[in-house]
Structure formats: structure tokens, C-alpha cells
Design a protein around this ligand. Structure first.
Ligand code: ZN
Ligand code: ZN
Length: 238
């Protein structure tokens, strides 16, 4: 992923540029005035980040809340036009697993009490919008549609397989007993594997999230997270 740099325009909005834009003129997406992009060294220097000490996930949370870059209204798909649609996304990560009570025997006024060990999991939700212009939004919608179709097809194929299996069972009752053990084993393994896979990320989102500064790093950093992507809404323009 190419690193994105930020250049301020006089009108107050920020241009997202890449290194190869250095030394050229770019049109500001908000006021369409031409903005001079400095040379690559200056570009690197001034592409400061307001929250250098925060983790990527915290940077996403802070900038999204404050409406700062990369959530200042530019399209996350093409980086060049003002976004017209916002899709609410929420990344929930497990911050820590604290052992609240290590259990054991505790003296009490009336004798002793046995305490069970307990641990507490703390989750933090980071909400941010996926901002897209009209053109990018329609591409995003079709990506999303096909991704959903694919998972529906997978389910249909699975049900078809189950149907075929039941048909087989119906006519070959004597082999079922032998197979049952095997099926149970496979099922148990699949069930266990499902539990381990807490890092679920729909592949179609990759190309839409990769332009959002710090987000790919934030996702890569986390071991356990859940991601929810809501319904897109048109951004109200005043
Ligand atoms: Zn401008
Ligand atoms: Zn766009």
C-alpha cells in the first residue's frame, strides 16, 4: 500500500496525495483551486500526524470522532472528490483480559469462603465512516452485493450437500452407523475451528479500507476483533 501524504489547502481542507505527486500541482477537492505539492522530502516531513503516540486504532477513533483526515469528507475510494455517502463501520477489539479475581480460599467473619477465579474482558468499539463519492459508492455496493451472494451460494451448496447425504442415508441405512462417527468427528473439528477464527474480515472490504490512513495497520495489530458494517446513507450537505 503506498503511503498517503497530506497537504493543506488555504480553504482549510486537506489533499491526500502520494509521493509521486511531489512537485506537481493538484486541484483541491473542496475549492478546486490549484495547490502546489512540495518536493518529496518536505512532503514526508510535513505529513505529520497529530497523534504520534497513539496506537493506529486510537488514531482512527480520534480522527473519526473529530472529523479530521482521513475522515474529513474526502472519498476513501478515489481520494479526489468530496464524499456523498457514509457507511457506518464499527471495529470492536478486545483491549485486555484482566484477571479480576484469582480465586482461592478467603477468610471471612463467619469462616472461610471459596471464591471462583474470574476474568474480565474489556472491549473497545471504534466507530468510523467509510466515506465515498457517488461513483465509488456504486462500486462499493456491487462489491458488497457479490460478497453476500457468494456467502449465500456457499450456504446453498452446503444445504445441497446435506440433502444429498440424507438421500444417501435413506437408501443405505446400514452404512450410516459407521459414517456417523466420522461425521461427528468432522463436525467437532469444524466447530472448534470456528471458535478460533475470531478475526473475521470480509475480503471485499480490503480495497475500500486500504486508503483509510491507519486503518489497515489498526486491523493488522489486533488479534481479536469483530467488524460490523452498517447501511450506507447519503451525507446531508448544508
Ligand atoms: Zn481548497
Ligand atoms: Zn470516490
Amino acid at each position: 500500500m503506498p503511503e498517503t501524504y497530506y497537504v493543506d489547502c488555504d480553504c482549510g481542507s486537506q489533499l491526500r496525495v502520494e509521493l509521486y505527486h511531489a512537485g506537481t500541482d493538484r486541484a483541491c477537492p473542496s475549492c478546486s483551486k490549484s495547490v502546489m505539492i512540495p518536493d518529496s522530502i518536505t512532503l514526508r516531513e510535513m505529513s505529520g500526524d497529530k497523534y504520534p503516540y497513539l496506537r493506529p486504532i486510537e488514531k482512527v477513533r480520534h480522527t473519526a470522532r473529530a472529523g479530521e483526515a482521513p475522515f474529513n469528507g474526502l472519498c476513501h475510494g478515489c481520494n479526489s472528490t468530496q464524499a456523498q455517502f457514509a457507511t457506518p463501520c464499527c471495529l470492536t477489539v478486545m483491549e485486555e483480559r484482566v484477571v479480576a479475581n484469582d480465586g482461592g480460599i478467603r477468610p471471612t467473619l463467619t469462616g472461610v469462603a471459596l471464591h471462583a477465579a474470574s476474568s474480565e474482558e474489556r472491549y473497545t468499539a471504534t466507530s468510523f465512516p467509510l466515506l465515498l463519492c457517488e461513483q465509488c459508492q456504486s462500486r462499493f455496493q456491487s462489491d458488497r452485493f457479490f460478497a453476500r451472494m457468494k456467502s449465500k451460494l456457499k450456504l446453498a451448496a452446503l444445504l445441497g450437500l446435506l440433502g444429498a447425504f440424507l438421500y444417501f442415508v435413506y437408501y443405505n441405512a446400514e452404512v450410516v452407523a459407521a459414517l456417523a462417527g466420522l461425521i461427528w468427528l468432522v463436525g467437532a473439528i469444524a466447530w472448534a475451528a470456528g471458535f478460533r477464527d475470531t478475526k473475521t474480515f470480509p475480503a471485499y472490504l480490503n480495497r475500500w479500507f486500504e486508503n483509510i490512513r491507519w486503518l489497515p495497520e489498526a486491523i493488522a495489530d489486533e488479534d481479536e476483533f469483530t467488524l460490523t458494517v452498517g447501511q450506507s446513507k447519503a451525507i446531508e450537505t448544508a
